[in-house]
Design a protein around this ligand. Structure first.
Ligand SMILES: *Cc1c(COP(=O)(O)O)cnc(C)c1O
Length: 435
């Protein structure tokens, strides 16, 4: 075993460093699905263990007192550039660092941060970027907890909000942004596709609208929740978004056995979010980070299979006499939405809306008859899930808004998993017969 001990630039922090990652071979840039197996981890720093051990520790030993001081100067921001090593597990740990390195690979993000849930990632982002009196401009609808966070929680601290519909044109976005342009706008926050309407937001139009209203390089950052299509089928940083947010609980975790979140972007955008995370401790734990590194090894396989399954299931459902409509990104009729899809997306995902003919009675009969698909909320797991938003996730949404968002009693939300496609078709056929 070679000795990788080396002194850092200051000479006071001898730290065993991992071998540099191999990111290309013979001029060929390696793909994320390849890099997930080893990126960011050097087995020789862990007794040769092929897989990263789970580092269950709350704190890290400094080689000497001067190194400890230098670490804290970095963590607290007294010295710019951040921490150069591990200090205390509320800030970071080896498993979380491996996860963050690998998360960033998928969207070619400069940096990534791991969180204890999607909501703690979003809350930390808002806390880091918002001051009292600021306005948060967002697309609507958003994930219900995110809307509550913006309206009720951030509102308590003096932040205001304005929204535009997810399908808004650039002109409509500009009109909303102008209303807030007198004061400070903290953030433009998007979710695409919107939940549960599946409406896509035109990220490039948001960028153009922001630059037109606030001036190029003068406007607020654009953040986007990419949980439904990322990281495989939509890469918003390429289209001008500054910050990408994930509930890693969904496709990234992919086995419905953990809760976690992520934020991706440039170091400049993420530095304040990291500093806020250091203060409030919204990082995920080492075990969850380890599970996620394992999940990322099969991310492309899982998402590809789920996407193929969903295409087959939706094709079957759209032609069934008991089905009113299938809200699936593969079947976009609206020209503007189809145009956004062509520019922003490389796949239609595996989460969609099924409108049955009838009402709650028919939806419940269908849900109760499913045998393979499980009756549960959430999405992006290996198993197919189905639920009734009007009676479950969105039960407390006022009737008017439910109508506006087409959250009707006959709506069933489905997330397709990686089962055998023909078995799924048999399950849906039998459940439709049972109505
Ligand atoms: C699930 C979800 C969240 C919240 O994530 P948690 O991991 O449950 O905290 C946020 N946004 C979207 C789009 C989601 O689906």
């Amino acid at each position: 075993m070679t000795d990788e001990t080396e002194a850092d630039m200051t000479g006071i922090t001898p730290r065993r460093r991992p071998k540099p990652d191999i990111e290309e071979i013979g001029g060929r840039k390696l793909q994320p699905s390849t890099l997930m197996m080893g990126h960011g981890y050097d087995p020789m720093l862990s007794e040769g263990s092929l897989k990263p051990p789970i580092f269950a520790t709350s704190t890290f030993v400094f080689p000497n007192a001067a190194a400890g001081k230098r670490h804290f100067e970095g963590v607290t921001g007294i010295r710019p550039g951040g921490s150069e090593g591990l200090v205390y597990s509320r800030f970071n740990g080896p498993n979380q660092e491996i996860l963050e390195d690998r998360l960033g690979v998928w969207e070619e993000a400069e940096e990534a941060l791991a969180f204890s849930s999607g909501m703690s990632a979003i809350a930390t982002l808002f806390l880091a970027h918002t001051n009292p009196g600021d306005t948060i401009i967002h697309s609507g609808p958003l994930y219900a907890a995110t809307e509550t966070l913006i309206g009720r929680v951030m509102g308590k601290f003096g932040a205001n909000w304005l929204d535009f519909p997810a399908a808004a044109s650039q002109d409509e976005m500009e009109a909303v942004m102008r209303k807030a342009a007198d004061g400070r706008v903290a953030l433009i926050y998007l979710e695409s596709p919107a939940n549960p309407t599946n409406v896509l937001v035109d990220i490039e139009a948001v960028v153009a609208a922001r630059d037109a209203v606030f001036g190029k390089n003068e406007g607020p950052p654009i953040a986007i929740d990419n949980t439904f299509l990322g990281p495989l089928w939509q890469k918003p940083l390429r289209h001008g978004a500054d910050i990408v947010v994930y509930s890693l609980t969904k496709y990234a975790g992919g086995h419905s056995d953990l809760v976690a979140g992520g934020v991706l972007g440039s170091k400049k955008m993420l530095d304040p979010i990291r500093a806020m995370r250091n203060i409030i401790g919204t990082i995920c734990d080492p075990n969850t980070a380890w599970m996620l590194s394992r999940s990322l090894e099969t991310l492309e396989l899982r998402m590809t299979r789920a996407g193929e399954n969903a295409a087959k299931v939706c094709e079957y459902l759209r032609n069934h006499p008991k089905v009113e409509k299938v809200g699936y990104l593969g079947f976009l009729k609206d020209d503007a939405q189809a145009d956004i899809y062509r520019r922003h997306c490389t796949g239609a995902g595996s989460t969609f809306s099924l409108y049955l003919k009838g009402g709650e009675k028919e939806a419940f009969a269908f849900l109760d008859a499913l045998k393979i698909a499980k009756l549960a909320v959430s999405l992006g797991g290996t198993e197919t899930l189905a639920s009734a938003p009007a009676a479950m996730t969105h039960i407390s949404v006022p009737e008017e808004r439910k109508k506006a968002l087409a959250i009707t009693p006959n709506l069933v939300r489905i997330s397709i998993g990686v089962e055998d496609a023909d078995d799924l078709l048999a399950d849906f056929e039998a459940a439709l017969d049972a109505i």
